[in-house]
Design a protein around this ligand. Structure first.
Ligand code: NAP
Length: 493
C-alpha cells in the first residue's frame, strides 16, 4: 500500500485546494457511495490525494446533464462562446505557474515543461475562440436551375471525450476547445493517473462562464464500465479519443453500434531520419527535442532513429554527451530536465525493451540501468546498432531511450520508416531540398518535421494515418470534427 506523500507546505496547500470530486451539471459532487481512488506522485510513488471514482450511474448522470444542456448551448451566439473560451484562455495563463506545478505533482514532467504545456493547452482555447467566429455556410443556385442550395453547419451534439495521462491539460483543451466553439456539450473522462489537471480546468471553465451541464468531468477507475454504456446509449453523438491504438480499436467497435462520429488520436512509432548531408548539430538538437520532450512519453516521440552509416558514430557520440548531461530527478525541483515515468509498469516496460534490444546486439552508449530508490525513474539512454527485430523497433518505447540504427540509401530508409502499422509523425533531417520534399511525400505519416524536432502546434492540423488514427485536431479543420454539415434544398419554381 503506498503511503501518503509529505510535500512542502505550499505544494500541499495547492493539492488541498484542487477539486477532487466529479464535476457534473456545474457542481463538484461525490461519486456514488462516496467511492474514491488514490492519485500517486510518480516522483515518490506516494499518495498525493484521493479523487472521486465515478460509477456507471455517475457517468449516466453526467451524460444526462450534457444532453439536457445541449439545445440551449447550441443556441448561444458564436460571440458568447468566443467570450467563454477567451476568458478560459486568460485564466489558464494567469494560473500557469500553479497549474504547471499541479501537473508535475500528478504526472512527473519537470515544472518548466509543465508550465509550457499549460501555455500550449491555453492556446487551443484562444485558437478555437477565433474558429467559433468563422463557422460558415454557403448559398448557391442548383446548376440545373429551379432550386437553391443552403448549406449550414450545426454542432454534432453531446460528445464523449477520453484523454490520456501524458499531456493531462493539453489533451483536454484540444478536445474541449473545438467542442465549446462548435456548441457541443461533453462528458470528459481523464486518465486515472492524472485527473487533477482536468478538475482544476473544470473550475476555470465555470469561472469563465460555461453554463451548467455543458462540460462534465468524470474520473474513474472503471473506464470501460462507465464509458461503454454511454457510447452505446445513442445519447452521445461523437467520441473523441486520445490514447493507445489497442483501446482505440475497441472503442471504434463500440461506436459502430450507434454510428457515432469518431476522432481517434492513437499511438505512434515515429521514425527520425538523419541523412549524411544534414547539419549534425541541428539534427542532434532536433533529436533531443523529439526524443526527450515529456521524458519520451509522447505519441510524437522519435522511436526509431535512422542515421546514415557515414555519420552515425559522430551523431551517437554527440547525442550521448547531451543525454548524459541531463539532470534526472523530482520535476518540482528547479533545474531538473528529466522527471520520473508515469508509474512502475512504465519504468519496468522501458527496462525490458532495453534488455531485449541489448540481447539482440544493441550497444549501450549511455544509461541503460534502472536506478534503485523511490519514484519511477529511468535514465536518459542511447543505444546504437538496434536490430530491426528488437521489440522497440515495433512498439512505442514511451521513455527516454534513443534507439539508433544505421542505413545506407534513401530507398532503404524510407521503406524501413514506413514498415509499421503506425503513421503519426516522422522527422527528416537533410539539407538537400529535393530530397527533403521527396522523402516527406513518401513517408506514410500525418505529420512530418523537416529539420525540426517538434511539430505540435494548435494552429496546425494534428493527426495520424494508418493505425495512428482518424481525423485531425487543431488547425482550421479541428472544429469540423464537432460540426455537422446540413444542406437545405429550396424549391424556387
Ligand atoms: P490508454 O491505455 O489507451 O488510455 C487512454 C485513455 O483511455 C485513458 O483515459 C484510459 O483510462 C482510457 N481507457 C482505457 N481503457 C478504456 C476503455 N475500455 N474504455 C474507455 N476508455 C478507456 O493509453 P495510455 O497508455 O494512457 O496513453 C498512452 C497512449 O496514448 C500512447 O499509445 C500514445 O501514443 C497515445 N497518445 C496519442 C496521442 C495522439 O494525439 N495521437 C497523444 C497522446 C498520447 P484509464 O486511465 O482508466 O486507463
Amino acid at each position: 500500500m503506498p503511503t501518503t506523500d509529505s510535500l512542502p507546505a505550499d505544494h500541499q496547500e495547492l493539492v488541498n485546494r484542487t477539486p477532487t470530486q466529479l464535476f457534473v451539471n456545474g457542481a463538484f459532487v461525490d461519486a456514488e457511495a462516496g467511492a474514491t481512488f488514490d492519485v500517486l506522485n510518480p516522483a515518490t510513488g506516494k499518495v498525493l490525494c484521493a479523487v472521486a471514482d465515478a460509477s456507471p450511474a455517475d457517468g449516466r448522470r453526467a451524460m444526462d446533464a450534457a444532453v439536457a444542456a445541449q439545445a440551449d448551448f447550441a443556441a448561444t451566439t458564436a460571440l458568447e462562446r468566443h467570450g467563454i473560451l477567451m476568458r478560459a484562455f486568460e485564466l489558464l495563463m494567469e494560473r500557469q505557474d500553479e497549474l504547471g506545478l499541479l501537473m508535475t505533482l500528478e504526472m512527473g514532467k519537470p515544472v518548466a515543461e509543465a508550465k509550457g504545456e499549460i501555455a500550449y493547452a491555453a492556446e487551443f482555447f484562444r485558437h478555437f475562440a477565433g474558429e467559433a467566429l468563422r463557422i460558415d455556410g454557403g448559398f448557391a443556385s442548383a446548376p440545373q436551375g429551379g432550386a437553391r442550395f443552403l448549406v449550414t453547419k450545426q454542432p454534432v451534439g453531446p460528445c464523449l471525450l477520453i484523454t490520456p495521462w501524458n499531456f493531462p491539460m493539453a489533451m483536454g483543451t484540444r478536445k474541449l476547445g473545438p467542442a465549446l466553439a462548435a456548441g457541443c456539450t461533453s462528458v470528459l473522462k481523464p486518465a486515472q493517473q492524472t485527473p487533477l489537471s482536468m478538475l482544476a480546468l473544470a473550475q476555470i471553465l465555470q469561472e469563465a462562464g460555461v453554463p451548467n451541464g455543458v462540460v462534465n468531468i468524470v474520473p474513474t477507475t472503471d473506464a470501460g464500465g462507465v464509458m461503454e454504456p454511454l457510447i452505446r446509449s445513442g445519447d452521445a453523438r461523437k467520441l473523441s479519443f486520445t490514447g493507445s491504438t489497442k483501446v482505440g480499436k475497441a472503442l471504434l467497435e463500440q461506436c459502430a453500434d450507434k454510428v457515432l462520429r469518431t476522432s481517434m488520436e492513437l499511438g505512434g512509432n515515429a521514425p527520425f531520419l538523419v541523412f549524411e548531408d544534414a547539419d549534425l548539430t541541428e539534427a542532434v538538437a532536433g533529436c533531443m527535442q523529439a526524443k526527450m520532450r515529456n521524458m519520451g512519453e509522447a505519441c510524437t516521440a522519435a522511436n526509431r532513429i535512422y542515421v546514415h552509416s557515414s555519420v552515425i558514430d559522430e551523431f551517437g557520440r554527440a547525442l550521448s554527451e547531451q543525454m548524459a548531461a541531463l539532470t534526472v530527478g523530482d520535476g518540482t525541483q528547479e533545474g531538473m530536465k528529466v522527471g520520473p515515468l508515469i508509474d512502475d509498469a512504465a519504468a519496468t516496460k522501458v527496462d525490458a525493451l532495453v534488455e531485449d534490444a541489448v540481447d539482440r546486439g544493441a550497444k549501450v552508449l549511455t544509461g541503460g540501468q534502472r536506478p534503485g530508490g523511490q519514484g519511477f525513474f529511468y535514465p536518459p539512454t542511447v543505444l546504437t546498432g538496434v536490430s530491426p527485430d528488437a521489440a522497440m523497433a515495433h512498439e512505442e518505447i514511451f521513455g527516454p531511450v534513443a534507439a539508433l540504427t544505421p542505413f545506407d540509401t534513401e530507398d532503404e530508409v524510407t521503406a524501413a520508416a514506413n514498415n509499421t502499422p503506425y503513421g503519426l509523425v516522422a522527422y527528416v533531417f537533410t539539407n538537400d531540398l529535393r530530397r527533403a520534399i521527396r522523402v516527406a511525400e513518401r513517408i506514410e505519416a500525418g505529420m512530418v518535421g523537416l529539420n525540426q524536432g517538434v511539430v505540435s502546434n494548435p494552429y496546425a492540423p494534428f493527426g495520424g494515418m494508418k493505425e495512428s488514427g482518424l481525423g485531425r485536431e487543431g488547425g482550421s479543420v479541428g472544429i469540423d470534427e464537432f460540426l455537422e454539415t446540413k444542406y437545405i434544398g429550396i424549391a424556387m419554381s
